[in-house]
Write a protein that binds this ligand. Sequence first.
Ligand code: ZN
Length: 292
Amino acid sequence: MTSDSSLTRFIFDQLPIRGEFTHIGQAWRDILGKHNYPPPLKNMLGELVAAGALIAAMINPKSALTLQIQGSGAISLLVVECTGALKIRATAKWNGEIPHANPAELIGEGSFVITLDARDGSHPYQGIVPLEGDSVAAMLENYMTRSEQIETRLKLAADDACACGMLLQKLPEQESPDEDAWNRANHLAATLTRPELLQLPAMELLHRLYHQENIRVFDAQEIAFECRCSRESVTNILRMLGHDEVRDIIKEQGRVEFLCEFCNERYVFDPVDAEQVFVTTAQQAPASGVKH
Ligand SMILES: [Zn+2]
């Protein structure tokens, strides 16, 4: 694999424990390149990006998972969206200068929201819990335990070059022939340091932690930055806004502009383009489809 952004899954042979490592290089730098994020926010967003990939790797390739941290502090929003095929995008909102403080203080009171969209027309599933914990990993572990009832350990780290993480899960409803295995695996995962997580390849990390266990490793999957905004999706947003509202914006500003928060792509509709959005709708409507 030529990409430096990948995810590696593994299982403990004969034991109800699974795990994943992710190292996101270029895809993370692509996300960072779209905005000028202040340093403390960058680290937290990077950790959430790593977490997003680790959890999305367990869903259907066509589905999309969104992790959102909403807060009342200097950082008001962190959003990561990742598909099961590991196409990832992210964005954040903040207010003024970000002081050097721990993540819980920077976010303040808030909630952790996970949305799973099957993208098959069905209603997305959404889970919300209050924010608890002093790191992105702790907030997410708290979510998994409270909402999903799956014992989960996360180690996350990010810098300007990469966003990395490890996930370890105890599979529910399975008797283990080795009752101590989860404690052992968990304890070893806790010894992983930030430099190790950021610098070592997945196979070295696995060897470093679990060389005494029987582990099965699956082929690494590539992760890429991809935004799914398009002129077509913006056209649909304008249709939802309605003809009158769009005419008002044109009257005030001479054009309609839409900026994608994820990739910074700017979509501009001049008065003619804006009218065209609604002409097409009228032609598609069944009532006006009959022509003499
Ligand atoms: Zn976009």
